[in-house]
Design a protein around this ligand. Structure first.
Ligand SMILES: Cc1cc2nc3c(=O)[nH]c(=O)nc-3n(C[C@H](O)[C@H](O)[C@H](O)COP(=O)(O)OP(=O)(O)OC[C@H]3O[C@@H](n4cnc5c(N)ncnc54)[C@H](O)[C@@H]3O)c2cc1C
Length: 418
């Protein structure tokens, strides 16, 4: 079967991999020259199989008001960029902040993430891709007793979901992350999740793209998709800058841009481009650097270790498609790495980057069939697209192939939005 995969981010490339392995003739189409150069380029690098949690949670609306008063904050609004779509999406997100919705969404995210963890284990055995991978867990650190006490509800959920975890005191934090020994007075304890990992999503995606090519996948790069054409309940072709393209089936994996083309064929995807930032710096003193991922609970900033680099990522900025590099935000994420790992990396020489998370109101990706027989969705992976990539894409490949998926699809498709 001939399949066109729209998009060469981590989601498009992992989809192509599973489709090609199943013997399909696969072409990936993207307007950029290299895979993973949009949102999949410099994310925080966390493989958060166990730390997966919806951003819409009880208490978040109140916290958001408090964050708006803070100089260094996990959340910013750029009201210059607000439009009806932005306000509509924010309303939908607020509606997901009840404890009932949170429980449902958390279960769905964990279901995809845990299936993805299994797929990562298998792929790591099969391919030995070089992507600076380390499976050494996530340590969430608390800066005050109030924050630590506030983690009780998270811990209860982890227990309920059978997620391995450990509450640790300051010495326990230092056991997992020895460099925190230099700043013991700044933390009061932590929550350790041993099942998580770290790595470079760009290297992963391009390594996998190379393997895809070996299986015969064609990458049509530098090709803008202008429109999806439909006839008699099916997609008939794509109109692109390289002319018309046709296949038996089509997988939509355009990240934050998926709604733009989908809307024109009557599919409304509630995906918002939630802006985030990262810094990537060379390590200058190994003994002061993290060994895995350290999440600063107060500022929601992740400091992640790659082989010879440190990545710091975070911030949710509601700014529509504006990708401008705001230097105030840079200062905000710099704070965590300078404060918790002083002297570890060359902060001034860091690469500063902004990306748009393809965010759904419930934080759950949109995976599955559409009203068009031959169009399948693999989009809306939000804050944890790399973590979920292999699981989501293997599931979507099963739908394309018409085979049974090992992942329970309940509540994952666009149908949940009515
Ligand atoms: C600051 C930040 C930190 C993050 N941290 C993590 C993390 O630690 N762990 C994690 O798992 N996830 C993280 N994420 C989320 C993760 O990066 C995303 O969910 C994931 O990269 C989305 O992948 P994608 O393939 O759907 O989108 P993209 O990577 O954006 O790919 C979409 C592709 O579609 C192409 N495209 C769009 N429109 C068209 C068109 N009309 N024609 C042709 N091509 C088109 C684009 O060029 C692009 O290549 C983070 C994101 C950000 C911003």
């Amino acid at each position: 079967m001939k399949v066109l995969v729209l998009g060469s981010g981590v989601i498009g490339v992992t989809t192509a991999w599973y489709l090609a392995k199943a013997g399909n003739e696969v072409t990936v189409v993207d307007r950029l020259d290299t895979p993973a150069t949009e949102t999949s380029y410099a994310n925080a690098g966390m493989l958060s199989f166990d730390y997966s949690t919806p951003w819409g949670a009880p208490g978040v609306p109140l916290k958001a008001i408090k964050w708006m008063m803070q100089d260094i904050s996990p959340l910013y609004f750029d009201v210059r960029c607000f439009d009806a779509n932005t306000i509509g999406w924010m309303m939908k997100m607020l509606a997901q902040c009840s404890s009932q919705a949170f429980d449902v969404n958390k279960e769905r995210m964990l279901r995809v993430a845990h299936y993805s963890a299994k797929c990562f284990r298998e792929l790591n055995t099969e391919l030995k891709l070089d992507y600076d991978v380390r499976m050494k867990g996530t340590l969430e650190v608390f800066r005050s007793q109030k924050e630590l006490d506030g983690s009780a509800s998270d811990v209860e959920i982890l227990q309920r979901c059978n997620v391995p975890h450990e509450m640790v005191d300051v010495e326990g934090c230092v056991d997992h992350e020895p460099a925190l020994g230099n700043v013991k007075e700044k933390i009061v304890g932590g929550l350790y999740l041993p099942g998580d990992g770290t790595g470079d999503c760009y290297k992963f995606t391009n390594g996998l793209a190379k393997e895809c090519r070996k299986l015969g996948v064609e990458f049509k790069m530098g090709t803008e998709i202008h429109s999806i054409e439909t006839t008699k309940g099916k997609v008939s072709s794509l109109q692109t800058s390289a002319g018309e393209m046709k296949a038996d089936k089509y997988v939509l994996a355009l990240g934050s841009h998926a709604p733009n083309l989908a809307r024109r064929i009557g599919i409304n995807l509630p995906i918002y481009p939630l802006k985030g930032y990262s810094l990537t710096m060379p390590i200058i003193d190994e003994s002061k650097a993290p060994v895995s991922t350290v999440m600063d609970q107060k500022y929601k900033v992740a400091v992640t270790r790659f082989d010879d680099r440190i990545r710091v990522g975070g911030i949710a900025e509601i700014a529509n498609f504006n990708k401008e590099l705001n230097l105030k935000r840079r200062k905000a994420i710099e704070f965590t790495v300078k404060d918790l790992f002083p002297g570890a990396g060359d902060v001034d020489g860091a690469e500063f980057w902004a990306g748009l998370r393809p965010m759904t109101p419930d934080s759950v990706p949109i995976l599955g069939n559409t009203k068009y027989d031959n169009l399948i969705l693999n989009c809306g992976h939000g804050t944890l697209g790399w973590t979920m990539s292999l699981g989501a894409s293997r599931h979507v490949a099963s739908l394309v192939n018409g085979t049974t998926s090992d992942l329970d699809s309940d509540g994952l498709s666009i149908a949940r939005y009515g």
